[in-house]
Design a protein. Sequence first.
Length: 277
Amino acid sequence: MRYLTPRTLDDAYAHLASGGVRIVAGGTDVFAASGPRDLTGPILDVTTVAGLRGITRADGQWRIGAATRWADLWKADLPPGFHGLQAAAREVGSLQIQNSGTVGGNLCNASPAADGVPPLLTLDARVEIGSLRGRRVVPLERFVTGVRETGLAADEMVTAVLLPDPPAGAVGRFEKLGARRYMVISIAMVAVLIGLGPDRRIARARVAVGACSAVAQRLSGLERAAIGARPDAVRVDPDHLSGLSPIADLRGSAEYRMEAVAELCARAIRAAGQADG
């Protein structure tokens, strides 16, 4: 097995263009999925690539490098609109996983229960993708296309997540339900971004749900219904959840997940309204 450690993006792109290369960042998903089997084929460790780690802001846009660790994210000094994303970062596995697992790896693994995806959806995240053929940027909702499926071509890699400045005064919140408090796959999770007007009613609302459909998704109906309401008065109706399609497994039935999502949405909206930034 060849273990490749490129120092530049161009070197990484060249390895990818040669074909048959498997990308590893923190390795927390790759090694867990391999089980007792040895990894085969060339392994491309992108954590050695200069400039792929870190959080920066320029011209009203935030850039989170693909190799940025979850611990880097929750320790960063970020505006209240990012607090939901930072709360999710604290829920990604154990502290050891947060110190190794990366934002880009979480997206590329494309699990329906990926903690990072719902809060990134509420932040209108876009995914920056690179290869020897050039650079392209796609909305997150178009990047994750299905269970363990993304829009990446074989010769491409994620280089960053791009986020516009959150709306002024907006606050992010994240709620997750699992069988225990930590180190657990979500039964359901909700991220919100809420902004209040001068009358303390909701002026802007973004709500995203994970672990209840093949791909995490925004609840546009609930977002529209929340506008003009007080945060503690928002009611989540079944129609607001009509786009979800939760599975039934050992962690919970589909009906339980739907009930849980409704409660998590209400809790997150209330919490964001109480912490209006």
